[in-house]
Design a protein around this ligand. Structure first.
Ligand code: XUL
Length: 548
């Protein structure tokens, strides 16, 4: 039983979730009473603003090569100390913290030398953290997910393991430039001495967890699956990929432990310096696995669609199904299941390009959706304004089928329908029957877009109001891990109740319109194939569709 607060209310246990993203560090604290949770603290530090001395731009160090992207592990340590200080200063009563967990941008890697375990266990509470971390780095900078400079390494690793299909089958993704394995291989090649001096390669998540516990923390399977190095079936490092990546790497990688494992307790450094209690630190994970929890996706059939700069569809899978086309990713889920994720680069950008082309406001844009019919009378737009990830398109071009560029309203409907149909088509590899969608991101505010989503998928769409889903997911994972450690694990449905969207935000699919899209979907696929130069002109099929 927790003691009553001065106001007479019972004060519950606190769980701290941190999210070290590309641009900022966020802290969310939830207070838990029995099975009820509520957010009691939520704050962010922007790296560029809070730590201008590093010269970062949106969290990225000044670039010397256009295709490389690095950030600073020292800055991340400084930010960790600063945000924990803020949590302590909030007056919440941090002695009530039961556990801490975290989320971090995926794929980034941090290189530590052999002194790390000794130094981490003896951090001096009289000194700031950052200056004490500097001597344990065998590489001053951390390559991050925006780095696309490792095409050669991707090809070499792919060849060595026996091809892209095999690599994807085992690790969940074909070789991607930004993934950790190819990044490690490049470091070993360009700086063999630095690589030799590296005793441990952490991901951003396990590095920050290590700073909290004062020892090397494990990596959870969710974040490990962003490395191109983990075998999905046993969630352990895949020897073939590890050997193909860099010499002696097996000894330099952290162990992989379940997402709910206790990585350690908050070290004496934090207790003495900032007054944190010796709380449990639950293994950190990647931002995508943490967001899965933070938007409440803990059963198969429920997915999230994030309509942001890029559009993303992700959801839980019971089985590690892999995308044969090689564009989707499979990560382990913090629930012990799997998650599929497919990203589309022409998201808001494409919607805005169409909006701007006709001088429309968002109200005009919504109205255009209101006045045009589902299926757009067989008029299709393939909106590759920018290079596209799914399907892979390097030389972007917009394609129109039976659609005049002069017809403003039809172009609006065409861009929205194309995006939703692309998400439906390119998520079938997950073999999940989607019945519920949690819509997030800026464009989820638009009811008409969500109606098209509901009609294309034939699924119930709810607007998710969670804003910092990765940080919330981390706080919920801390709670879950604590209940597991106490021997009284709570079901994920209970843990994520706070993350479920309100029933009043429901947008129901219309069966007649869904039937229209079921007919149009294969023709839309044919349009994509034609635009990619891989199929016949789909115009006759669109004519038949329009005249039906
Ligand atoms: C996923 C990916 C990004 C980062 C962003 O593959 O690269 O979503 O995780 O932090």
């Amino acid at each position: 039983m927790s003691p009553p607060s001065p106001s007479g209310l019972r004060r519950g246990r606190l769980y701290l979730g941190l999210d070290s993203s590309t641009q900022s560090l966020t802290a969310i604290v939830i207070e838990v009473d029995g099975t009820d949770a509520r957010v009691v603290f939520d704050a962010s530090l922007s790296f560029d603003e809070a730590f201008p001395q590093y010269g970062t731009d949106h969290g990225v160090l000044p670039r010397t090569q256009p295709d490389e992207a690095f950030s600073s592990p020292i800055m991340w340590a400084e930010a960790l100390e600063a945000i924990v200080e803020r949590v302590v200063a909030s007056g919440l009563g941090v002695s009530r913290i039961g556990a801490i967990s975290g989320s971090a941008q995926q794929h980034g890697s941090v290189y530590l030398n052999a002194d790390a375990p000794r130094m981490l266990s003896r951090l001096d509470p009289a000194q700031p953290l950052a200056s004490q971390i500097t001597p344990i780095l065998s590489r001053r900078v951390a390559p991050i997910w925006l780095d696309s400079s490792t095409s050669t390494e991707c090809a070499e690793i792919t060849d060595a393991v026996g091809g892209p299909g095999l690599l994807a089958q085992h690790t969940g993704s074909r070789a991607f430039e930004r993934f950790t394995g190819p990044q490690i291989r490049k470091f070993a090649a360009v700086d063999p001495d630095g690589y030799a001096a590296t005793a441990r390669v952490h991901l951003v998540s396990s590095y920050l967890a290590s700073l909290l516990v004062g020892a090397h923390a494990p990596i959870d399977p969710g974040d490990a699956s962003g490395a191109n190095l983990m075998d999905l079936t046993d969630t352990q490092w895949w020897t073939a990929a590890v050997s193909a990546t860099a010499p002696g790497l097996a000894d330099k990688l952290p162990t992989i432990a379940p997402s709910w494992s206790v990585a350690g307790t908050v070290s004496p450094y934090w207790q003495t310096r900032l007054g944190l209690p010796p709380a449990r630190v639950i293994a950190w994970s990647g931002d995508n696995p943490c967001s899965l929890i933070g938007v409440g996706l803990v059963r198969e059939g429920r997915v999230a669609i994030s309509l942001g700069t890029s559009d993303t569809i992700f959801g839980l899978m019971k089985d590690p199904n892999v995308d044969p086309s090689g564009t989707g990713h499979v990560f382990a889920s913090p629930t012990g299941d799997y998650m599929g994720l497919t990203c589309f680069s022409n998201g808001s950008l494409a919607r805005e390009r169409v909006q701007d082309a006709y001088g429309f406001t968002w109200t005009d844009f919504s109205r255009a959706l209101d006045v045009t019919p589902a299926g757009n009378q067989g008029r299709v737009l393939i909106p590759w304004f920018e290079p596209e990830i799914t399907p892979a398109v390097a030389d972007p071009r917009v394609h129109r089928y039976r659609l005049s560029a002069d017809d403003a309203a039809a172009n609006v409907r065409a861009v929205v329908e194309a995006q939703q149909m692309a998400m439906a088509v390119h998520s079938t590899w997950m073999s999940v029957t989607i019945d519920t969608i949690h819509a997030t991101g800026g464009a989820a505010a638009n009811k008409q877009i969500l109606q098209v989503m509901a009609d294309v998928f034939g699924a119930e769409v709810y607007r998710s109001t969670v804003s910092n889903s990765a940080a919330l997911g981390a706080a919920l994972r801390a709670w879950h891990g604590d209940t597991v450690a106490e021997g009284t694990p709570l079901p994920w449905e209970t843990i994520t109740a706070i993350a479920q969207p309100s029933a009043t935000s429901l947008i129901a699919p219309n069966p007649a319109r869904h039937a229209v899209y079921r007919e149009l979907l294969p023709i839309y696929e044919a349009c994509e194939a034609h635009a990619l130069g891989r199929g016949p002109d789909p115009t006759p099929a669109l004519e038949r569709f329009a005249q039906r």
